[in-house]
Ligand binder design. Structure first.
Ligand code: ZN
Length: 226
């Protein structure tokens, strides 16, 4: 099956009209109630990648997820002073104003940002803005590249997993995140989405290992039997 992806304004307007006729109609009352404000209890930090959409993967309603998406789902460490810190500003709002109860960092398979980070380690050019940004994953990347038990073919996924751990560590460098976590008002978790299989993997906070989340999938089970 060939999917015709939107590539001009008319395609997007057509999509909007489908939304009004279907999902908006179903969620009309909810949208109306959300007019005066949002009260999400979950913040998701995910990649900008078009294939790993948190709202779809977590089957979320409008108003349910406060989401930041950037290249490779990275969180910078806390820094004193001003500057154009988009992720840090969203984090501050989520934790101190919205008082979210959980933050989940979700990486994914085949991440171009992580591939760029690995390319940068081999001195390959990766872009004016991408290069310094993906250096946020440098510690996780270097730990994988130095580990001789990890074959080259597994580097990409291992760095994708490691970068989630790095972002979780950086989250804790923000005083307001640490304070909410230590008061027991905020939990931090990591996840990774396998695009080809549509599988979510959840990170064990103690070991850093990722395990596939089981899901009822009767149709898929039936297909596998044939
Ligand atoms: Zn990505």
């Amino acid at each position: 099956m060939t999917i015709e992806f939107a590539d001009d304004a008319q395609d997007l307007i057509d999509g909007y009209r489908r939304f009004r006729a279907s999902r908006y109609r179903e969620a009309r009352d909810l949208f109306s109630r959300l007019r005066d404000g949002q009260q999400p209890a979950t913040m998701i930090i995910a990649c900008a990648d078009s294939r790993a959409d948190p709202a779809m993967i977590f089957d979320a309603a409008p108003g349910e997820l406060f989401t930041v998406r950037n290249v490779a789902a990275l969180v910078p460490p806390y820094e004193e002073g001003g500057g154009l810190h988009g992720v840090s500003a969203a984090l501050e709002f989520a934790v101190t104003a919205l008082k979210v109860k959980q933050i989940v960092v979700m990486g994914h398979g085949g991440c171009g940002g992580i591939a760029a980070s690995i390319a940068a380690a081999a001195d390959r050019p990766v872009g004016q803005f991408i290069a310094p940004w993906v250096e946020l994953a440098a510690d996780a990347r270097d730990a994988v590249l130095r580990n001789e038990t990890i074959p080259r073919g597994d580097w990409q996924e291992a760095v994708e997993h490691g970068a989630v751990g790095q972002s979780l560590k950086n989250l804790m460098s923000f005083p307001f995140v640490r304070a909410a976590f230590e008061r027991g008002q905020l939990s931090l978790d990591g996840a990774w989405f396998s695009i080809g299989k549509g599988e979510l993997h959840w990170r064990d906070a103690d070991t850093g290992a990722f395990t596939v989340v089981t899901a009822d999938d009767p149709q898929l089970d039936q297909d596998n039997k044939i």
